[in-house]
Write a protein that binds this ligand. Structure first.
Ligand SMILES: NC(=O)C1=CN([C@@H]2O[C@H](COP(=O)(O)OP(=O)(O)OC[C@H]3O[C@@H](n4cnc5c(N)ncnc54)[C@H](O)[C@@H]3O)[C@@H](O)[C@H]2O)[C@@H](O)CC1
Ligand SMILES: Nc1ncnc2c1ncn2[C@@H]1O[C@H](COP(=O)(O)OP(=O)(O)O)[C@@H](O)[C@H]1O
Ligand SMILES: [Mg+2]
Length: 273
């Protein structure tokens, strides 16, 4: 297992060309949020935009659009339940705050049927997959699953220790052709061949919304054309690095994920040097 440090991250990171335009940096579609959890969608979209995606479209319930427009005017929207054309997107994420009811389950099925490029599956998408195990075999190859401990055990069964979870994560990633990020303090990232442990981040991230931001960040890197494993590594590292930079002005208690997203710019500057 490799410890993720700044040197390995600098090798992965690709600088933006000075003459680039938004079309060069990909269009991400994020399926997130519901009536009581529109915050998850807002956090995810903000983090995605702050991580370099050229365009971000959010799939949300139409009733929640005002909250979104007023907090992330840069994002575009498509409304849940309306007819979709998903052929032009360069990356996809599904899960934060969508719930696990029948319509969320159908939306996940629609995505699995129509999308053939690596996708980020997080939060409620993982909870739906846990209840519909056969769908794990139908996910696009090299998709990225981002479970925390509880979501991981829902997906792959109860484990007694973190080391056992890491072994299962590697086995399942290989068997299912996926990338699995087992989140927590020192997140573990594996594609079943190679495994990594993150070295950034702090307990200020132990607060609702932190994982939603990580999903947005990784989706931005996929949109920009990074190989899925590299998108996962860069995403996990820079998410933690932005949180570490936030400790200069906030304590772990006071830190908000919006502060962390605001510090993504400083984190990018650190890895560019
Ligand atoms: N502002 C919003 O709209 C927010 C929406 N959220 C959404 O709410 C839904 C429910 O997600 P939750 O994750 O809160 O609920 P879950 O019931 O899936 O899991 C929460 C529990 O998991 C356990 N856990 C998590 N990380 C752990 C670790 N590293 N070690 C040990 N135990 C750990 C803890 O017991 C924690 O209370 C998701 O769809 C999520 O995206 C949350 O992200 C919170 C913010
Ligand atoms: N103590 C900690 N140290 C480092 N990172 C942490 C710590 N606690 C949480 N995190 C990170 O914060 C994120 C939490 O994700 P998640 O539990 O899905 O949050 P949410 O669903 O509320 O958005 C993960 O990326 C995890 O690695
Ligand atoms: Mg989460």
């Amino acid at each position: 297992m490799t410890k993720l440090d700044i040197n390995s991250i600098q090798k992965i990171f690709q600088k933006r060309a000075p003459n680039s335009h938004k079309g060069n940096h990909g269009h991400a579609l994020i399926i997130a949020g519901s009536k009581s959890k529109i915050g998850a969608a807002i956090i995810c979209a903000k983090a995605c935009l702050r991580s370099g995606a050229g365009l971000v479209t959010l799939n949300i319930p139409k009733k929640e659009r005002i909250a979104l427009f007023s907090s992330v005017p840069e994002a575009m929207t498509e409304f849940r339940g309306e007819k979709k054309n998903w052929t032009s997107f360069n990356s996809f994420a599904i899960g934060p705050g969508i719930g696990t009811n029948k319509s969320a389950t159908n939306l996940l099925r629609l995505l699995i049927t129509n999308v053939k490029i690596p996708t980020v599956f997080d939060a409620d998408a993982l909870n739906i997959l846990a209840k519909n195990q056969h769908e794990l075999l139908n996910l696009p190859q090299k998709s990225i699953l981002t479970p925390h401990v509880k979501e991981f055990d829902r997906l792959f069964g109860k484990h007694d220790s973190e080391s056992e979870r890491r072994i299962t994560a590697s086995t399942k990633a290989k068997e299912l052709h996926l990338i699995i990020i087992l989140k927590g303090h020192k997140s573990f990232i594996t594609d079943g061949e190679k495994s990594f442990e993150n070295t950034t981040g702090n307990s200020g991230l132990a607060k609702g919304g932190s994982g939603d931001a990580l999903t947005g960040i990784i989706t931005a890197f996929l949109a920009q054309g990074y190989e899925p494993l590299n998108a996962a590594l860069l995403g996990v590292y820079i998410h933690g690095l932005a949180a570490d930079i936030t400790l200069e002005t906030q304590s772990p208690e006071s830190m908000l994920i919006t502060d962390v997203i605001d510090n993504l710019g400083r984190a990018f500057k650190k890895i560019q040097n």
